[in-house]
Design a protein around this ligand. Structure first.
Ligand SMILES: NC(=O)C1=CN([C@@H]2O[C@H](COP(=O)(O)OP(=O)(O)OC[C@H]3O[C@@H](n4cnc5c(N)ncnc54)[C@H](O)[C@@H]3O)[C@@H](O)[C@H]2O)C=CC1
Ligand SMILES: O=C(O)C1=NCCCC1
Length: 172
């Protein structure tokens, strides 16, 4: 059994702001982009369709030599069902001891998925956004919409935020 199990509220406590992830993600993206020299082994995600139920199981293993970290995320994703009490995306992250393969920790992956994805979008936006951009438009209004809103409002300045429900939020 792993010695550490972190439930969603505990992960949220450690990751209370998505921007806390930025330095680690920028380093990880740099290492991945450096190819073999960067020491990241991360095959393309394996995806198993669960056809009768319209869902998928994704398995996302990785080893980073720079961090000496061995991990995999397991994620299921199903069609978004309005008013469902179950989120469309559910994830768990397993962390292993790279020296002997023992399972060290099991982390709820939902908050990690929400904040990691938004933080990576923010890194891309920092590099690619034209200086004259004034309006943030968010498509969808689910988990990712909120996590993207949170980090984009922290890092950038917009005059307006528009979403697909037709709401406009004036920021200035
Ligand atoms: N690249 C990555 O690492 C990740 C990508 N994703 C993807 O991001 C997307 C959003 O994920 P979540 O926010 O977790 O899902 P969610 O189920 O919480 O939210 C989806 C939202 O999209 C809305 N929507 C569905 N069809 C629409 C349409 N035609 N026009 C406008 N809005 C529409 C739904 O009403 C809902 O508000 C999904 O496609 C998901 O697979 C999610 C996690 C990680
Ligand atoms: O990276 C992830 O996590 C996911 N990517 C796309 C589909 C759902 C989950």
């Amino acid at each position: 059994m792993p010695r550490v199990i972190l439930k969603q509220d505990e992960v949220e406590k450690y990751l209370h702001r998505a921007s806390l992830l930025l330095p680690a993600l920028e380093a990880a993206l740099g290492n991945f982009s450096a190819g073999a020299a960067g020491g990241v082994v991360q095959p393309v995600r394996a995806v198993v369709p669960v056809r009768p139920h319209g869902g998928y199981l994704g398995v996302m293993p990785a080893y980073s030599a720079a961090d000496d970290a061995l991990t995999t995320k397991l994620v299921t994703f199903y069609e978004h069902k309005k008013d469902s009490s179950v989120p469309s995306h559910q994830a768990t992250v397993l962390l292993f001891d790279p020296t002997n393969g023992s399972l060290k920790a099991v982390l709820d992956g939902s908050v990690i998925t929400a904040k990691r994805t938004a933080a990576v979008s923010a890194i891309a936006t920092k590099l690619l956004m034209p200086a004259f951009a004034e309006v943030l438009c968010i498509l969808g209004a689910g988990v990712q919409a909120y996590s993207h809103y949170e980090i984009f409002m922290e890092l950038f300045t917009f005059k307006e935020v528009m979403d697909t429900t037709g709401h406009i939020h004036f920021c200035l």
